[in-house]
Design a protein around this ligand. Structure first.
Ligand code: SF4
Length: 332
């Protein structure tokens, strides 16, 4: 239940605003000038707001599509990301949004068309190059789908071209827009996955691993391309057993003919975000192993990262077809 919804005056009559508001008939609606009055306020407590987040509906005016960070890619020469929403209904302990924003309120930008216009401009500017556009960087791309209908809109209107791939990264079971549409080679639905024992501790409020695997099976049964994202890889003393079990379960249950790519990235945080988040969880197991600072990023020791990524990659290599692409977000 969302008790209060803030709406920017400029989009108060926007059809998408009205449609979203119609889903929250009992919520209090407050009209504001700019979303930043609420979202960017100083001295907010992310953890406190996470207990009872507000919804903010706004218009995004710039930076619709941004260059993806170094190492974020699945084989294209150019990588960009876009977020129709900031923040998430889930509460993963390692989520970098906790350190990125001071507010945990859900901010939804209703002018979806402008994201597609920017994508089209970038495709024109990068003519002939392969490009991946990632959805789900500042949010989970599907978790709020019942409210936002963003994927429904996207699937009706996206630009098709053989050089372009779109990735919807998620942990959500809200895959109905894909189930209702014909599969296409250009779109990958990529699931972030952790071994069950890790997910039970760190993926707070997130659908279980079994349910995520069930969604992957549903998608492949209809011919949709999927991605497996083992990012973050999390360390504990039993990590080998846990990851072996997870990877074997997935490879046994899912039709590998529809596997587009697999990627790995060990747990890592930009310096400032690391101190903010680790202070939110004093004494938590997630931060109890040695982290090292390298190039302003806190991550496990080099040799731990390397061993984890090589071990998991080998498990995958043994079972999947040669043309499945396997990537590391760190250089191993
Ligand atoms: S699903 Fe992703 S965006 Fe949502 S809380 Fe977890 S890590 Fe953050």
């Amino acid at each position: 239940m969302i008790n209060t919804i803030y709406v920017e005056n400029e989009i108060k009559d926007h059809l998408r605003t009205l449609s979203i508001l119609s889903k929250f008939k009992r919520s209090r609606v407050i009209y504001i000038h700019k979303y930043s009055e609420i979202f960017n306020k100083k001295k907010q407590s992310f953890r406190l707001q996470k207990k009872d987040p507000l919804l903010i509906l706004a218009k995004k005016n710039n930076n619709f599509v941004l260059k993806a960070p170094e190492g974020f890619g699945i084989g294209a020469s150019e990588n960009y990301y876009f977020s129709h929403m900031y923040n998430c209904i889930y509460d993963c302990k390692y989520c970098f949004l906790q350190g990125l924003y001071s507010s945990a309120n859900y901010l939804v930008f209703v002018n979806y068309e402008d994201f597609l216009t920017q994508i089209k401009n970038l495709v024109t500017r990068n003519k002939g190059k392969s490009i991946t556009f990632f959805s789900g960087y500042d949010c989970d791309s599907l978790a709020m789908e019942k409210v936002t209908n963003f994927a429904v809109f996207f699937l009706k209107n996206y630009l098709q071209s053989k050089n372009i791939t779109y990735e919807f990264r998620t942990k959500s079971l809200q895959i109905h827009p894909f189930l209702k549409n014909e599969p296409t080679e250009n779109i990958i639905i990529a699931y972030s996955l952790l071994p069950e024992d890790f997910a039970n501790k760190f993926d707070v409020k997130v659908p279980s691993i079994n349910l995520r695997i069930k969604s992957l099976k549903q998608l492949t049964s209809l011919g949709w391309k999927i991605g497996l994202r083992f990012d973050p890889l999390i360390y504990n003393k039993n990590w080998k057993i846990s990851y072996k079990e997870l990877i074997n379960t997935i490879l046994n249950e899912i039709d590998m003919n529809y596997l587009h790519s697999v990627s790995f990235g060990s747990l890592r945080f930009p310096k400032q975000i690391f101190s903010t988040i680790s202070n939110m969880y004093p004494g938590d197991e997630l931060f109890s192993y040695n982290f090292e600072k390298r190039d302003n990023v806190y991550s496990y020791k080099d040799e731990v990262e390397e061993e984890m990524i090589s071990f998991c990659k080998n498990l995958i290599h043994k079972k999947v077809k040669k043309d499945v692409q396997i990537f590391s977000c760190t250089p191993y």
